[in-house]
Design a protein around this ligand. Structure first.
Ligand code: PLP
Length: 459
């Protein structure tokens, strides 16, 4: 029997209260916070879909492992357990712990970046891009054209444009120090990369003798979507699929705050021992000794356990099914979304949802604020507040798309929480035409969306 109910493959033994508030309180908090949801205290949020990063619920096994954490400065047993888990998953011998993904990026691009270099990727996550650019190198995205068509469904929108890759490698030669494949492709909506695309990318990289690195924050979600969407993989386990994915790369780094089901952690791994030796020298300066790299022994234990748990088929089926369930509910409520939903959340197309609000009045941020106002739900704008620019003549240049991301934390919310989100969206769909835009009143030059202040625009 194929039951329709999503069974969360866990039961709950430790609970945390949700932040209930009144509409008047939420209105005041929004006003005082400059209509920026980063300024809302977490205990005033009912359902927090701001990010899936570092927000996972850990398992009883992970907590138990944390009690075994060996806090020795050097050579802790926890490090060896961590190293074994990463080696077994990735097949890469040299394993370096770091406190989170961007720390791995800073080390990597300090070594391989620099002026004149061009780093190529299916797309750079924002911290990846920042670290490439800080080194003086250029970060070039080779996203496929399907990725920018929100309403067009394509199973692997995360793929690399391999024709463009070959063209760039031909043109740039030794100026390209490495090629990055981000799995899943975060910047285009958590969209997966197919095994065929990974294989072809690896073939091209070998032909041009450039190492391929995986930015593998969501490798398990990518593996599951390959199993579900790509011919020939249905019978393989997520672990077997993951191992094949890693077999195509010479290096990898991970923000373990995603698919390692922990609240903090990461790693950098190589096959190249010479590069690893240099990386460890940089590690010691900024993060810590080679066997802890910015993490405590208990953190290393939690990652080691999480890397195994995340590949559990019951977990991944529940994880991806609950994202699809949210997408189905939103579609039924008449909410336009990026199709198909990816691995870690659903992206709402605010430009299509609120066509009466022009980009310079931040339709996606207005929608995010109304979601909070109406239902206490926190999401994040991925639109002109995050990516819009002022041209040299002071004119406003909107972002490519106006999206609201509903990122779903791992193992945190149940089906009834998701039903509630869908219900609130149903009401918002009815009120859509009454929603007003916002005006920007204060912004910093870099990463302004974290600190910007806005106000309701005049009608
Ligand atoms: C989150 C993320 C990073 C950065 O990791 P942090 O742990 O936030 O520093 C890098 N790449 C991808 C694809 C990510 O999702």
């Amino acid at each position: 029997m194929a039951w329709k109910t999503i069974i969360e493959p866990f039961r709950i033994k430790s609970v945390e209260p949700l932040g209930f508030t009144t509409p008047a309180e939420r209105e005041r908090l929004l006003r005082e916070g400059g209509y920026n949801l980063f300024n809302i205290p977490a205990n005033k949020v009912l359902i927090d879909l701001l990010t899936d990063s570092g927000t996972s619920a850990m398992s009883a096994e992970q907590w138990a492992a944390m009690m075994r954490g060996d806090e020795s400065y050097a050579g802790a047993t926890s490090f060896y357990r961590f190293e074994k888990a990463v080696r077994e998953l990735t097949g890469l011998r040299e394993v370096i712990p770091v406190h989170q993904g961007r720390a791995a990026e800073r080390i990597l691009f300090q070594l391989l970046g620099g002026p004149g270099k061009v780093v190529l990727a299916n797309s750079h996550f924002d911290t990846t891009r920042a670290n490439v650019e800080v080194s003086g190198a250029e970060a070039r995205d080779l996203t496929i054209p399907e990725a920018s068509k929100a309403a067009v469904s394509y199973p692997f929108k995360g793929n690399m444009d391999t024709l463009a890759l070959e063209g760039c490698l031909k043109e740039l030669g030794s100026r390209v120090p490495l090629v990055i494949m981000t799995v899943t492709n975060n910047s285009v909506g958590g969209q997966p990369v197919s095994m065929a695309n990974l294989r072809e990318t690896s073939r091209i990289c070998r032909e041009y003798k450039v190492p391929l690195f995986l930015d593998c924050a969501r490798f398990a979600e990518n593996a599951w979507l390959i199993k579900r969407r790509e011919a020939g993989f249905a019978a393989l386990s997520p672990k077997e699929i993951s191992k094949e994915m890693f077999s195509y790369c010479q290096g990898a780094w991970m923000s373990s705050k995603k698919d390692a089901l922990v609240n903090m952690g990461g790693f950098l791994a190589f096959s190249d021992a010479v590069l690893a030796k240099k990386a460890r020298e940089v590690l010691i300066i900024g993060e810590g000794f080679t066997t802890y790299g910015g993490l405590s022994g208990r953190d290393l234990e939690a990652v080691a356990v999480g890397l195994t748990e995340v590949l559990d088929e019951e977990y991944l089926a529940y994880r991806i099914r609950s994202i699809e369930y949210l997408a189905e509910g939103l579609r039924k409520a008449g909410v336009p979304i990026v199709e198909p939903p990816g691995g870690h959340g659903v992206y709402v197309d605010a430009r299509a949802f609120l066509p009466h609000i022009p980009p310079e009045k931040y339709p996606a941020q207005a929608l995010a604020c109304h979601l909070y106002l109406l239902g206490g739900i926190r999401t994040v704008e991925i639109g002109s507040l995050m990516f819009g620019k002022k041209g040299p003549d002071g004119t406003f240049k909107p972002a490519r798309a106006e999206l609201v991301r509903l990122a779903v934390p791992r193992r945190v919310y149940t089906q009834s929480h998701i039903d509630y989100v869908i219900e609130v969206f149903g009401e918002l769909a009815r009120r859509g035409p009454d929603i007003r835009g916002l005006t920007l009143i204060e912004a910093s030059e870099h990463l302004s969306h974290f600190t910007a202040k806005l106000a309701p625009a005049a009608a």
